[in-house]
Design a protein around this ligand. Structure first.
Ligand code: FES
Ligand code: MG
Length: 592
């Protein structure tokens, strides 16, 4: 370890050892002594290391962090640091109404205040469930004190009737079986329970596994840390190593802005394609980048990521789950395969262990090429996202690698125009409207329809709802139609395998083109040109825009003060859904 700073440079000295103001020092010290910390611990120059604690009874996905934190503390103490646990506003993806993503920015704001306003020299970020990872990385980016992430790890593989039951993914499947009358309510509950067999987060390549893998891809956690399942012994061991390493990082003065560079984000985009990562990733990475002042937008995702093949055979795009991912080598094996295929753009990017991504991973290979494939024989070519635009929106993301064969044959098989399709718009204003109308035969929905979900973006349904992956009407499913094309200004769960066009910005509630769309309009989508347009005459669109201007786009009342503030302050999905002006506060720990 090359020490770059000395004891007198520690931030915490301003609180606990301020020789110019012993009165304040006494005041700052006394309350930390009252539960048993000693003056020696607080004044002898031991770095104070925060553990940003996202685990709680309210957050089952991250709850195991309460246990792992014991090992993190051991690691910190063994290297001469003093651990201080810092509670983080709870976020639970499946339990929070109206949606967990509403709370990402709230957790971000509160953690910024905790890390900035208290005597903290470095921080371990306890990441896991979907939004906890970006919330903590965003806060670390803004405050910019030495920081390292620690995943809580995925759950063990789930099993139902002898087959892998993946969190989230099996629910989407079961809801179709329920709609088709193949299972009853009781079996639905059994399937759901089977997919959650242990502590940890979703074991599919949903948003959690994606964001934890990307925290490692960005260099923000120790190599190999992301994929270890929560109950494995290696999870406790890497927690200890993470605690040790953050103390060294403080002395090395290795900060988030040194690690999360433009090069690191480009690596992460490529790795996201290779793992088959969630469509929530661009929202969160664009948001983290903004807080660092690193330029990043949805064009980068298409330009840097679209051509990259899918290597990781995990649900929803593939067939395996988290334990298989770990046993095949996890993120280092994926990166090693990408390096072997000359597809990793920046092997020199520095990571939290002080080594480069290339040094960490170039000797690593998949130990099971059915789970993590090679770049010569990938699961799919071109696994990244495309970025569409047109008169419906300026930017929306589509994951083309999950387009099913049936979808391709139904919509993309016109020999003259194989990458484009047209359809009749069926427009839903929010998930409640969808549930009301979807099975009503009067809607006359058929294979020639494109379903639209609007009013589900950051302002419309505060935080943005994961509702764009709409199921087809039950009467079509019974006829064997698996899925209709879906477009919307909301999000979809990363555990869903639907090829929806989503995260549309600007959303309807922010005056985007989707607000002008009417039931029955013809819509044309061209996946080659990356366009999506309503085929409505210009004068008619101008007339609709005038009416919208007068009446505004309706959205439900805010139920809490935070919902109202969020709606007033949030940016759109393509800009990372960050709060207005928040990204002008950078590197604040070094400014005072
Ligand atoms: Fe928490 Fe999936 S619901 S990780
Ligand atoms: Mg989700």
């Amino acid at each position: 370890m090359a020490k770059k700073i000395g004891v007198s440079d520690l931030r915490s000295r301003k609180w606990f050892m301020n020789e110019d103001n012993m009165e304040m020092t006494a005041l700052y010290l006394e309350r930390y002594l009252n539960y048993g910390l000693t003056r020696e611990e607080l004044q002898s120059g031991k770095p104070i290391i925060a553990i940003a604690q996202t685990g709680s009874d309210l957050s089952p996905c991250n709850r195991h962090h309460l246990e792992l934190t014991k090992r993190v503390r051991d690691g910190i103490i063994s290297m001469g640091g003093t651990p201080i646990e810092v509670p983080v506003h709870p976020i639970q993806e499946t339990g929070k109404r109206p949606t967990a993503s509403l709370d990402r920015n709230l957790a971000y704001l509160s953690l910024v205040e905790s890390l900035y306003g208290y005597p903290i020299d470095g921080v371990v970020l306890n990441i896991g469930c979907d939004k906890t990872t970006p919330a903590l990385l965003m806060a670390a980016a803004t405050v910019n004190i030495p920081a390292i992430a620690l995943s809580v790890g995925p759950m063990l593989n789930g099993w139902w009737k002898g087959e892998r039951a993946g969190s989230g993914t099996v629910i989407w499947k079961a809801r179709e079986m329920l709609a088709a009358g193949e299972i009853d309510d009781e079996e639905f509950m059994e399937i759901a329970a089977a997919s959650a067999p242990s502590v940890g987060y979703c074991n599919t390549m949903g948003t959690a596994t994606t964001m934890n893998s990307l925290a490692e891809a960005l260099g923000m956690q120790l190599p190999g840390s992301a994929a270890i399942p929560a109950p494995y012994r290696e999870r406790g061991q890497i927690s200890y190593e993470t605690g040790k390493r953050i103390v060294e990082m403080v002395w090395e003065d290795l900060r988030p802005s040194d690690i999360m560079t433009r090069e690191a984000f480009e690596n992460a985009i490529v790795i996201n394609s290779a793992i088959g990562g969630s469509t929530n990733a661009p929202i969160h990475l664009n948001g983290i980048a903004r807080h660092l002042g690193v330029p990043l937008d949805n064009n980068d995702w298409q330009n840097i990521g679209h051509h990259v093949p899918l290597l990781v055979n995990l649900m929803p795009a593939g067939k395996y789950l988290g334990e298989d991912y770990q046993q095949a080598g996890g993120v280092p094996a994926v990166v090693g395969e990408l390096i072997a295929g000359d597809l990793l753009p920046h092997p020199n990017a520095v990571t939290s262990n002080g080594q480069s991504m290339g040094e960490n991973c170039k000797a690593r290979r998949s130990s099971n090429t059915d789970v993590i494939m090679t770049t010569e024989a990938p699961l799919k070519e071109q696994a990244g996202f495309i970025n569409l635009s047109g008169n419906l929106f300026d930017s929306a993301i589509m994951k083309t690698s999950v387009i099913s064969e049936q979808f391709r044959q139904t919509y993309l098989s016109n020999p003259d125009d194989p990458n484009a399709f047209e359809g009749r718009a069926v427009v839903f204003d929010g998930p409640e409207d969808f549930h009301h109308r979807i099975d009503d035969p009067a809607e006359n929905i058929d294979e020639n329809c494109i379903m639209f979900m609007r009013g589900a973006g950051p302002k419309g349904y505060p935080g943005g709802a994961e509702v764009v992956n709409m199921r087809a009407p039950a009467y079509l499913i019974k006829k064997g139609v698996e899925a209709l094309p879906c477009v919307g200004d909301g999000r979809q769960s990363g555990t869903s395998g639907s090829p929806s066009i989503l995260n549309a910005a600007p959303e309807a509630a922010a005056g985007g083109g989707l607000a002008l769309l009417k039931n029955g309009d013809r819509v044309r989508i061209d996946l080659n040109k990356c366009t999506a347009d309503m085929l409505v005459p210009l004068d008619e669109l101008a007339e609709r825009a005038r009416t919208l201007e007068e009446n505004g786009y309706p959205h439900p009342e805010s139920q809490t003060p935070w919902q109202q503030y969020f709606r007033e302050l949030t940016g759109q999905f393509d800009k990372g859904m960050t709060l207005r002006d928040a990204d002008t506060y950078r590197d604040i720990s070094r400014k005072g």
